[in-house]
Design a protein around this ligand. Structure first.
Ligand code: G4P
Length: 537
C-alpha cells in the first residue's frame, strides 16, 4: 500500500499503448522499458510471446498466441514513483479491431518506427485512430545502430504521416557502424552509444556539448554533421509545447536502439514527464430515448470502468472469461459490489487481477488509469460499463463495419444450441461480428481480417464442440442503420427486407454487395443514416 492520497494516486498514473508495424522493435522496447523500470530482472522474458508471429495459420500457434497475449497484453510497472500501465497491441493486422479498442483504453501512445523503413502501413492505420481521439503520441525512432535513413528525412515523413509537427528531443550522431550516440537537446549533452544489451540506464557516458572539441575528436565528421542537421531540424520543426502534445497536435521524437538499451531511458522518462495522467471520460446514457451526457473525472469518488477487451480463458473446460476493465474513476478494492450497467446485474467475478509486468496478481487496489481483469462466467460484454452504483454508460468503443463475410453452416444440426452459445460469446468478445439475417437462414460472420474466421472456426470446435463449415457469400460490407423518424426507418426496411440483419448488440445493419450498392441506397433514402462504425452505447 502506498502513502499517496487518493488524488495523488490518480495523478501519478500513466497509461499508454505501444504501436508499431511488425518488426519495428516493439517487443524489444517493451522488454527494455520493463527492465529499466525494474519490473523484470531478466532480459528476454517478453520475447516468447511473439514466437508464433510467422506461423499464424497453425492452430496450435494461434492458441499459443492467444494464451501468451492474455498474460502479457497489459503490464504494470513502477517507475520514479509513478504507476505505469503499458498496453500491448496485437501485431497481426487481422486483429486490428482489437488494437483500436485497446487504444480507447489509454491516455497516450508510444509509436515505434524502424529508422530504415520509416512510417509503415500498419502504423499508419493506428495513427489514424489516435488522431481521431487526439491521443498524444510519443515517437521513438529505433535501430539507429543500423544503416538507416537520414534523420531529417524521417522527421519529415513522421510529420507528413501524422499530420502534426515533430519536436526532436534527442538527436542522433551518426548511424549504423558510425553511430556515436544521441544529443539531448534539453540538457545539451551527448550520451555516448556503446553496443550491448547488458547496460543499465545510467551506465552510458554523458558528455556536455560544451566539450565540443573532445566530441569532435572522438566522433569526427559525424558529430559536425549531427550538429548541422540538428540545427536544421530545430529550425524546421516546432518548439516544444506541452499543451500541443497533450492535445495530440505535436509529437516529441526520440532516437535510439532498443536492442542495445540505448535511448530507452529517455522514453521512459518522457512517459512520466510528458504523457498525461488519466483524463475525464464521457458517459452518454439514453434516458427516454434522449442522450444524457455526463463527464466523469478520474478523481470522482464512485468507481467506474469500461470493458475494452474480453478474452476467453485458456482452459477449454471452463467458460471463464477475463473482462479487461480500464478504470475511469474512483478506487477499486477487493470485495466491492459492482454492477454491469447494461443489464443492471451484479458482477460476480471469480477473481480480480492486476497485471504486474509478467505476472497476474490479485488486486489490492486500483485507480483511474489502471487495468484490472475480472474473471467471470459471462454476463460481461465489450463496451460494458461497470460501476459501484452510478448509472453511467461510457461511449467510444468502436466496432468497424466488416469487409469480409462468411455464412456459417453447422455440420451436425443437433449442435445448434452450442453453436448459438459459441457465436454469442465469441461475438461478445469481439473475436468476430455476428449478424442474424432478418429473413432467417444461416448466421453470417463478419470480419475485418481473414484470420479472424480461422480462429473462430477453430474455437467453435475446440470450446463449444460445434463443427462448422464457412462458406463465402455475396456480401462485402455492412452499414449500421439509424433514422430520425420511425416512418423513415419503416420505408427503408420495407424496401430492403432481404438485406437487413441484426448484430450481437441487436443493432440493425444493412448488408451490401458493393460500394455502389450503399451509394444507391443512400441516394434512394437520403433520410437514412448509414454508419460504417458503431460505437458501443
Ligand atoms: P516487433 O515486436 O515490433 O515485431 O519487433 P521486435 O522487438 O521483435 O524486433 C524485431 C527485430 O528487430 C528483432 O530481430 C530485434 O532483435 C531487432 N531489433 C529491435 N531493436 C533493434 C535495434 O535497435 N537495432 C537492431 N539492429 N535490431 C533491433 P530478429 O532477428 O527478428 O529477432 P531476434 O532473433 O533478434 O530476437
Amino acid at each position: 500500500m502506498s502513502n499517496h492520497t487518493f488524488i495523488e494516486e490518480t495523478r501519478r498514473r500513466r497509461t499508454f499503448a505501444i504501436i508499431s508495424h511488425p518488426d519495428a522493435g516493439k517487443t524489444t522496447l517493451t522488454e527494455k522499458l520493463l527492465l529499466f523500470s525494474g519490473a523484470i530482472q531478466i532480459a528476454g522474458a517478453v520475447k516468447g510471446r511473439k514466437a508464433s508471429r510467422h506461423a499464424t495459420s497453425d492452430w496450435m500457434e494461434i492458441e499459443k498466441q492467444r494464451g501468451i497475449s492474455v498474460a502479457s497484453s497489459v503490464m504494470q510497472m513502477l517507475y520514479r514513483d509513478h504507476v505505469i500501465n503499458l498496453l500491448d497491441t496485437p501485431g497481426h493486422k487481422d486483429f486490428s479491431e482489437d488494437t483500436y479498442r485497446v487504444l480507447t483504453a489509454v491516455d497516450s501512445a508510444l509509436m515505434v518506427i524502424d529508422a530504415a523503413n520509416g512510417v509503415e502501413a500498419q502504423t499508419r492505420r493506428l495513427i489514424e485512430v489516435c488522431r481521431q481521439r487526439d491521443t498524444p503520441i510519443i515517437t521513438f525512432v529505433n535501430k539507429m545502430d543500423r544503416e538507416v535513413r537520414d534523420p531529417l528525412d524521417i522527421l519529415d515523413e513522421v510529420e507528413r504521416e501524422l499530420g502534426m509537427p515533430c519536436c526532436p528531443i534527442t538527436w542522433p550522431v551518426g548511424q549504423g557502424k558510425s553511430f556515436g550516440g544521441i544529443i539531448n537537446l534539453r540538457t545539451q549533452t551527448m550520451t555516448v552509444f556503446t553496443p550491448g544489451s547488458d547496460r543499465g540506464p545510467k551506465d552510458f557516458e554523458v558528455v556536455p556539448l560544451a566539450e565540443s572539441d573532445r566530441l569532435r575528436q572522438r566522433f569526427g565528421q559525424s558529430f559536425d554533421d549531427a550538429l548541422e542537421s540538428m540545427e536544421l531540424a530545430q529550425g524546421a520543426s516546432a518548439a516544444w509545447n506541452h499543451a500541443d502534445f497533450l492535445a495530440g497536435k505535436l509529437t516529441p521524437v526520440f532516437f535510439g536502439s532498443g536492442v542495445n538499451n540505448f535511448g530507452v531511458m529517455e522514453v521512459l522518462d518522457a512517459v512520466v514527464d510528458m504523457s498525461p495522467p488519466p483524463g475525464p471520460r464521457v458517459s452518454t446514457l439514453q434516458v427516454n430515448k434522449q442522450p444524457v451526457v455526463k463527464t466523469i473525472q478520474p478523481e470522482d469518488e464512485g468507481f467506474s470502468g469500461v470493458v475494452f477487451k474480453v478474452q476467453a480463458n485458456m482452459d477449454a473446460n471452463h467458460r471463464d472469461r477475463i473482462a479487461f476493465v480500464r478504470v475511469a474513476s474512483g478506487k477499486y478494492t477487493p470485495g466491492m459490489k459492482l454492477k454491469v450497467q447494461r443489464t443492471g446485474k451484479e458482477l460476480r467475478p471469480t477473481s480480480v487481477v492486476t497485471f504486474m509486468s509478467q505476472r497476474r496478481e490479485a488486486v489490492e487496489e486500483a485507480y483511474a488509469g489502471d487495468i484490472i481483469g475480472f474473471t467471470t462466467h459471462g454476463g460481461v460484454q465489450l463496451g460494458d460499463t461497470i460501476t459501484d452504483g452510478a448509472n453511467l454508460q461510457f461511449t467510444g468503443l468502436p466496432f468497424f463495419a466488416p469487409e469480409l463475410f462468411m455464412t456459417v453452416i453447422l455440420k451436425n444440426p443437433l449442435r445448434t444450441k452450442q453453436l448459438q452459445q459459441g457465436l454469442a460469446q465469441l461475438g461478445e468478445e469481439g473475436a468476430i461480428q455476428v449478424f442474424r439475417p432478418d429473413v432467417g437462414g444461416p448466421m453470417l460472420l463478419g470480419a475485418v481480417g481473414q484470420l479472424q474466421f480461422e480462429v473462430v472456426q477453430h474455437r467453435l470446435k475446440a470450446e463449444y464442440d460445434a463443427d462448422v463449415r464457412l462458406e463465402g457469400c455475396q456480401y462485402t460490407g455492412a452499414r449500421w442503420i439509424t433514422a430520425d423518424s420511425p416512418a423513415d426507418l419503416r420505408a427503408f426496411t420495407d424496401a430492403y427486407p432481404m438485406r437487413l440483419s441484426h448484430d450481437a448488440a441487436n443493432a440493425l445493419a444493412y448488408l451490401c454487395t458493393s460500394p455502389y450498392d450503399v451509394r444507391l441506397a443512400q441516394e434512394r433514402f437520403p433520410k437514412i443514416h448509414f454508419h460504417p462504425l458503431r460505437e458501443h452505447a
